[in-house]
Ligand binder design. Structure first.
Ligand code: NAP
Length: 864
């Protein structure tokens, strides 16, 4: 029988030749096994442990519990379980969770397909046979079409990397490999090294037995009381009312647990109010509650510091000795960037007379000895040493198995500079290899149950699709994998994770690459992405079957993640298109939107005034830095398609540029269309520049150091003003800063079609702007379309910023190229993943910060 036939019919020729080998019999392996069987795939599960349960089989240290409430940390795929199994507490203990895994495995008769005490020693892709050869510690060779690593994210304890560990002659225990029979520490002198979740849970229990306990702490951690007890009544009530709706909400949530979305900035309320809000979250005793109190603690360090202060105040309240309280108080890392912990009487334990805290930053361990530990200038004897030093997380268990893909490439080699995956599920060069909760998926930043079920279902559905489509193999394309890496990095870059040495960043294992291993874009968005990949015909994958091939190359997420969220929110609001409004309505809408945004940073001074324009007085707003003047001057023109906006409408951007470039900014309210059509805006721009230079000294500015700048239609006015100044004998300019400028009224460029819809500025809105501003016959005039000027030489140095998903992108790019061609020095920044408006959204979209930093740097270069 051909392999293809066997695969289609879905039964095993022999135990050594199956459709799917799954490594690991934790919650992922168990559910996958059940789904494979239910769908006619022959399968084997190989498990290193002696029973099911995965992490809950190994982590038996005293006090081990799950930090996610049992209302949420529970399978949803078998509705009968909700009737047949009752969780006894809010936070289940390790023994209870293990029993649950055993109960499910028994109920679904899964044990018979699992080989226990069996490690995979190697797995190699056989290219000619198109299957995996899997070798085991029991000496078996298994061939499988598909190979799934369901090995968990925190399975391989890391080497404690402390000198002298081999010397110690007493008993040593590792929290992640605690003896099954338990350990009696009564009357013992115990050392615990490490203060992560495992340690924080176990220390109160160890202290209750030990005669003496010394805790060796390198980095203090944030921890909150678990307030364990019955399941949370509000969640129970919601589950009872509508379990399906609750589960759907969990699947589409940020971290796999239904939470109310925060809308308030931690900096937008008084400190007392912030602490009161945090107190309410604290009282919930839920892992995710504190972080979900405010909207900006994940991205804004100052906002995050509010939680840190609150947490430190809590430690001070319970720890009697102020010195110890301070030592236990985390400083220098943001809340949530190391996994926050939940405890029961952890901090209180340090009030006990036989418990001591040692700060390894001040007194590092010089060596472990035969009988104890030497640290600082002390040498102390211990009866027992407990290592709670953590795991080689996320990738440790995967690269621990020798996995060899195409052309002899091992996964370990491929990942030596960081894991490369598509969706955290698959990897180029390794056909038919899948990772459940792999690096590049939400995994450890989520309720693992939700993420496990999602991955199992995606793999199941993919295998079914392959079978139905007559395909034998699936492998991601290099473009898709690189696109996913970039997207994961973009997501990580807007958070505070990068600055902290955590296991999320691989920083706990010497030599491990420093990247954010899990995907931080959120469980719901991630699920939608995976679903979209399948719905779009396996976008980013190559599928091969006998005599057929389907390669659907592409990148699934290209817009910056925070920009994507704004687009989604705006889509949900269902706002009418601006081009369906009258100019008056559009102006009112624009003003109302501006009123809701963050104000931007403080500047030294803001003064409103009027200046003479080409057709009468124009309002302006002057922004002055807090530093000593006179300052160089930027004459700034706002966006708004010549129709709306004003001298104050780009306030946040002007403030930030003023502060970061240390310049005076004069933002000018040039005349608007349709009341004042072309060339009113252009003429006002030039008149304003002349007035500012003539009056620079009285404005606190330096008339010899002046730049024009503008965004969108304002970028058009700025570019035109620079040309008018060149052609009319001055004033001399030091530079021009053009942010997503309008440069060509013909609107023939490809980006007008490519990005016609869906990115706020649309093709039809741009047409509406032009129709209000200029007659078709005027649009080719260089005062309307600076790109069409005959000569661009002799213009001041420029910085041109264009955005990838902007209809105006190509005309901005063309202007940058044309300036360069004319010998003008140009810095051209093509802002990847941005839209027309996103770079101006100060303090709202963190991804706009780097391009704006480049803009401020350009101003400094032009002017200082
Ligand atoms: P961990 O969070 O990585 O903590 C390890 C601790 O050991 C840290 O305090 C670390 O200090 C310290 N350490 C490591 N190497 C050291 C060395 N050479 N010298 C001195 N100190 C050293 O590990 P964990 O506590 O086992 O927890 C790992 C993860 O498992 C958790 O973050 C959580 O995701 C999961 N977990 C969950 C639960 C639960 O749900 N209830 C319970 C336990 C664990 P540094 O911080 O300075 O590196």
């Amino acid at each position: 029988m051909s392999r293809q036939n066997r695969f289609v019919r879905g039964y095993a020729v022999s135990k050594a030749d199956v459709d799917v080998v799954v490594v690991g019999a934790g919650f992922a392996g168990l559910y996958l096994l059940r789904e494979l069987r239910a769908n006619g795939f022959s399968s084997r599960v190989l498990e290193a442990g002696g029973d099911v349960g995965g992490t809950w089989y190994w982590n038996r240290y005293p006090g081990a519990r799950c930090d996610i409430s049992t209302t949420d940390y529970t399978y949803t795929w078998d509705p009968e379980l909700h009737e047949q199994w009752t969780w006894s507490e809010k936070h289940a203990t390790q023994p209870e969770i293990l029993k649950y895994a055993q109960f499910v495995a028994t109920k679904h008769d899964l044990y018979s397909s699992i080989d226990f005490d069996t490690k995979v020693t190697s797995a190699a892709w056989n290219e000619s046979a198109q299957h995996w050869n899997v070798e085991t510690s029991t000496g078996e060779s298994i061939s499988a079409r598909h190979y799934v690593m369901a090995t968990g994210c925190l399975s391989i304890p890391k080497d404690p990397d402390i000198p002298g560990t081999d010397r110690y002659r007493g008993p040593v225990y590792v929290t992640g490999r605690w003896p099954h029979e338990g350990v009696d520490l009564t009357g013992k002198r115990v050392a615990v090294i490490g203060t992560g979740s495992s340690s924080i849970q176990s220390i109160p229990h160890i202290a209750a037995q030990a005669a003496e306990l010394v805790v060796f702490q390198r980095t203090p951690n944030f921890s909150m009381p678990a307030f364990n007890g019955p399941q949370p009544s509000d969640r129970v009530a919601r589950l009872k009312a509508d379990r399906k709706a609750y589960e759907t909400e969990a699947r589409l949530s940020g971290a796999g647990v239904p939470m109310e979305l925060p809308t308030v900035s931690a900096l937008g309320v008084s400190r007392d109010e912030a602490f009161a809000m945090l107190e309410r979250s604290w009282q919930k005793g839920e892992l995710l509650a504190l972080g979900a109190t405010f909207s900006d603690v994940g991205t804004n360090r100052e906002a995050n510091e509010v939680i840190c202060d609150f947490m430190r105040s809590k430690i001070k309240e319970v720890v009697n000795d102020p010195g110890t309280a301070e030592l236990l108080s985390p400083r220098g890392h943001s809340y949530g960037t190391k996994r926050p912990c939940m405890d029961t009487n952890y901090f209180q334990t340090f009030n006990l007379p036989h418990v001591r805290l040692v700060d390894l930053r001040k007194t590092p361990i010089s060596t472990i000895t035969e009988t104890g530990i030497e640290f600082g200038d002390e040498s102390k004897e211990f009866d027992v040493i407990v290592y709670a030093t953590g795991f080689d997380a996320m990738t440790g268990a995967i690269v621990n198995v020798d996995i060899t893909g195409k052309n002899g490439l091992t996964l370990k080699k491929k990942w030596e500079h960081g894991p490369l995956t598509y969706l955290g599920l698959t990897s180029v060069g390794f056909p038919n290899l899948y990772m459940i909760t792999g690096p590049g998926s939400p995994s450890v930043l989520s309720n693992m149950m939700v993420s496990i079920e999602q991955h199992v279902e995606w793999i199941r559905d993919t295998l079914i699709d392959l079978r139905e489509g007559g395909f034998d193999t699936i492998e991601p394309t290099p473009m898709a994998e690189e696109g996913w890496r970039v997207h994961c990095t973009d997501c990580a870059d807007i958070t505070l994770f990068q600055d902290t040495n955590s296991w999320y960043m691989g920083a706990n294992v010497p030599g491990k690459p420093r990247v954010l291993f899990p995907y931080i874009g959120g469980v719901g968005r991630y699920r939608q992405t995976c679903d979209e990949v399948r719905a779009r015909g396996f976008l980013g994958f190559e599928l091969v079957g006998s005599g057929k091939k389907q390669r659907n190359d592409g990148i699934v997420r290209r817009v910056q993640p925070d920009v994507d969220m704004v687009l989604e929110m705006m889509g949900q609001l269902g706002l009418p298109p601006i081009e369906s409004m009258s100019p008056a309505e559009a102006r009112a809408f624009s003003e109302a939107s501006s009123a809701m945004r963050p104000p931007g940073p403080e500047v030294g001074e803001m003064i409103d005034g009027t200046l003479p324009g080409a057709g009468g007085p124009l309002e302006y707003r002057l922004y002055r830095p807090a530093t000593k003047g006179p300052h160089p001057v930027v004459v700034y023109f706002h966006g708004g398609g010549w129709v709306f906006g004003s001298h104050v409408s780009d306030d946040p951007l002007c403030r930030e540029l003023c502060k970061n470039a240390d310049v005076v900014i004069v933002s000018v309210n040039y005349r608007h269309a349709p009341e004042d059509r072309f060339p009113a805006a252009a003429d006002d721009g030039y008149a304003a520049l002349q007035w500012v230079v003539a009056n620079a000294a009285s404005l606190g500015g330096d008339p010899t150091r002046v730049v024009v700048a503008g965004w969108s239609a304002g970028g058009n006015v700025a570019a035109v003003t620079a040309q008018l100044a060149r052609d009319n004998g001055g004033p001399a300019l030091k530079g021009q800063l053009l942010l997503t400028p309008v440069t060509d009224g013909s609107r023939q460029h490809g980006s007008h079609h490519e990005n016609a819809d869906g990115y706020i500025l649309t093709k039809s809105l741009m047409e509406w702007f032009w129709n209000h501003y200029a007659d078709p016959s005027d649009r080719s005039h260089p005062k309307a379309s600076p790109l069409l000027a005959r000569d661009l030489s002799g213009l001041p140095p420029a910085m041109v910023v264009t955005a990838q998903f902007d209809p105006l992108r190509d005309e901005g790019d063309a202007y940058a190229r044309a300036l360069m061609g004319a010998g003008v020095p140009v810095e051209h920044l093509e802002a990847r993943g941005h839209i027309h408006t996103s770079i101006t959204m100060v303090d709202a979209l963190p991804s706009g910060k780097p391009p704006r930093a480049r803009m401020a740097a350009a101003l400094r270069r032009f002017l200082h």
